[in-house]
Ligand binder design. Structure first.
Ligand code: A1EG2
Ligand code: FE2
Length: 321
């Protein structure tokens, strides 16, 4: 079996409010290289770990982890709407194996996913349905949140399932790194309209979706202009985290505490649990024989993102003592 790992930040602000042209080009070049690597690798299946932002999952019933047996992109921001190519029988077997492994994950036969899944999938493969994909949602927006350790164990269970099953498996993570876009929090929200939207806001009108997206763009403009309101990006946190993943330092990963992460790097930093799960899946699929490398990082305030990319492939590079 061959396995590959690709972790990348997403940000739907791309194209809506861009940083300087050289930064846009630098990120595009990174995306292009990753896309070429995936094209060459030609995955038989993709296990895609990502977050949702109150577009497919709401507070009427919020799972920590949810595997899609079938999934459709809602088409928010610049992402296309439409079905992902989910191999149903494989997804069912995967869910069974993960549950048997002790992770009580939710599943959906009609999962809706947003830019968290769709942006990265489209940018890295060209479309929503180029390759068979098993989508796995990790709650990163609605506390109480699962721990970093639990995300690692979820990934490990998926990787154990994938091990030996495919000629070529690709593990993809979409999300993070440090950031804090304006996502409502039930604990402090008082506007009944906003509360209703996050409790049961499925399939909003195009006008409501557009208004929400405009608010995000406005918040990004204010953030980039240095106005207070959103939590600062934390490049140091991001780089340390990426180094720990590359070193497969699971002890350090397991030691992250949710409240400290929120405080140090922003509420949406929990999206990096997709990186943890995908890397743990890679680790289990390769029995530890792989090498990770942080290939890109830049804090991009216009995009409200600590934007990073990390790739893993085997066999491991031998480092002389
Ligand atoms: O519309 C939303 O709810 C949030 C959009 C958003 C913005 C910046 C970085 C992200 O990761 C992200 O998801
Ligand atoms: Fe996000």
């Amino acid at each position: 079996m061959k396995a590959m790992l690709q972790c990348m930040s997403h940000t739907p602000l791309k194209g809506y409010f861009d940083p300087a042209a050289d930064v846009v080009a630098e990120v595009a070049q990174c995306v292009e290289k990753v896309r070429e690597e995936i094209e060459r690798f030609d995955p038989e299946v993709i296990y895609l770990f990502a977050s949702d932002h109150y577009n497919g999952f709401f507070l009427d019933l919020m799972p920590q982890f949810c595997l899609g047996m079938a999934a459709t992109s809602v088409g928010d921001y610049a992402t296309p709407p439409g079905p992902l190519q989910v191999p149903r029988a494989l997804a069912e077997q995967c869910a069974r194996a993960v549950v048997d492994d002790g992770i009580d994950l939710a599943f959906s036969y009609r999962m809706q996913v947003d830019h968290g899944f769709a942006q990265t999938l489209v940018e890295l493969t060209g479309s929503l349905d180029r390759y068979p994909v098993v989508p796995i949602m990790i709650n990163a927006v609605a506390p109480p949140l699962a721990s970093f350790k639990r995300a690692r164990q979820l990934g490990e269970a998926v990787g154990r399932f994938a091990r030996g099953r495919h000629a070529r498996a690709l593990f993809v993570a979409s999300g993070g790194l440090s950031h804090n876009p304006p996502i409502p929090r039930i604990a402090v929200e008082t506007d009944p309209v906003v509360i209703e939207r996050i409790v049961a806001g499925r399939n909003p009108t195009p006008e409501a979706r557009d208004a929400r997206q405009k608010r995000t763009v406005a918040a990004a403009r204010a953030f980039a202009a240095g106005e207070a309101g959103l939590h600062a990006l934390n490049p140091e946190w991001d780089q340390t985290f990426m180094q720990q993943l590359c070193a497969r330092d699971w002890r350090a990963i397991d030691a992250y505490r949710n409240d400290e992460v929120t405080e140090q790097a922003g509420a949406s930093t929990h999206e990096v649990k997709s990186w943890v799960a995908a890397s743990a899946a890679m680790d289990a699929a390769c029995s530890g024989h792989w090498q990770g490398r942080a290939r890109y990082y830049r804090a991009i305030p216009e995009w409200v993102a600590g934007f990073g990319a990390l790739t893993g492939d085997g066999p491991p590079v031998q480092v002389p003592a």
